[in-house]
Ligand binder design. Structure first.
Ligand SMILES: [Zn+2]
Length: 330
């Protein structure tokens, strides 16, 4: 009896130590767990529901024609339903994000336009930068001091920028940056101008592109239907709130938001609306003020509206993700 008591007491101590350790080292722990589950099996092709302007390119990619000069390249069998955008002007085209590594998309893109194609990532996560080096002319936004991080314009993401342990499934790439742009800069495609907008929150270096000619915001991972990821060690809820308030101020109410992920089985690339941004702002303020209850532990999940949920870190004074005073607003 005594031995059993001793054993149980020892077990309880070990458990408490383990829980405390996981809490304080949750960034690498989340990252490791994420790495384990990052590649669930592909969804069966016959289970994918296509949008009305969407067709298969091969047994993995689809293309959705948004208009005559705007296309979404989709990976609808991948659990995160990745989306990259080909934006075509009169002189050149820009491919915003390049999907998962290991898949050659150059042929599909060159089949859609005879204009030279430059590529630009919305942020540096592996699932948005997979084919960057397959194209000539890489444009990167100099946010979060990325230009200082590059040597001779050769940019290697850190593990967290490439998405933690998930990045270990692949070798860390090095990209040769041809052009650096800054928030507020205009990218001229010929008869079509894209404005670079800093949209940190998901990651510090995240950017979006606003196209006034079509009133589209190409938003990367800032906001989309389904699960918005704000649980990574370099996610920041205060930045999410600042980004959202500034977009609500600057963008027209009928803006169309095309994002870096869709929802499998829910076709059409259109990701979110002005109302969704407004709902996100309300949810973030309620999260900050403790007026909304989350569910789950890691990630902690909060509802934004009936289409969108936000996944984040455990609330607490030591959580950089939750530190609403941590962001330098200058
Ligand atoms: Zn991302």
């Amino acid at each position: 009896m005594k031995t059993l008591k001793k054993f149980l007491r020892g077990l309880a101590v070990v458990l408490v130590i383990l829980i405390v350790a996981v809490y304080f080292f949750r960034a690498p722990v989340t990252s490791a767990l994420w790495g384990l589950f990052v590649s669930p099996p592909l969804i069966a092709q016959e289970d994918v529901a296509l949008g009305k302007n969407e067709t298969w390119l091969d047994d993995y990619h689809t293309i959705e024609k948004i208009d005559e000069t705007t296309y979404a390249l989709n990976e609808p069998r991948f659990f995160q339903d990745n989306l990259s955008y080909l934006i075509i002007g009169e002189d050149r085209a820009l491919l915003f994000d390049t999907g998962n590594p290991g898949r050659d998309i150059t042929g599909f893109m060159r089949g859609l336009t005879d204009k030279p194609i430059t590529v630009m990532p919305s942020h540096l996560h592996y699932d948005h930068t997979g084919s960057l080096s397959d194209f000539d002319g890489i444009v990167v936004a100099d946010t979060d001091n990325l230009k200082d991080q590059a040597e001779d314009n050769l940019l290697t993401p850190t593990h967290y920028q490439y998405m933690g342990i998930a990045a270990k499934l692949y070798d860390l790439p090095t990209w040769k940056v041809d052009t650096w742009v800054k928030p507020g800069d205009k990218i001229e495609l010929g008869g079509r101008t894209l404005i670079v907008v800093a949209t940190p929150g998901h990651t510090p270096e995240s950017v979006s592109l606003y196209d006034p000619s079509t009133n589209i915001l190409f938003a990367g991972d800032y906001l989309h239907q389904g699960e918005v990821y704000a649980f990574m060690p370099n996610s920041r809820l205060q930045e999410y709130l600042d980004t959202t308030e500034s977009l609500l101020k600057d963008l027209p109410k009928d803006v169309r938001i095309y994002a870096g992920h869709g929802v499998p089985h829910r076709p059409d690339a259109l990701g979110a609306t002005y109302q969704d941004m407004s709902d996100l702002k309300d949810a973030l303020i309620k999260m900050r003020d403790g007026d909304i209850e989350g569910t789950g532990i890691l990630p902690r999940v909060y509802g934004v509206n009936d289409k969108i949920i936000i996944l984040t870190d455990i609330p607490g004074p030591d959580s950089p993700v939750w530190d609403f005073r941590a962001v330098d607003k200058d």
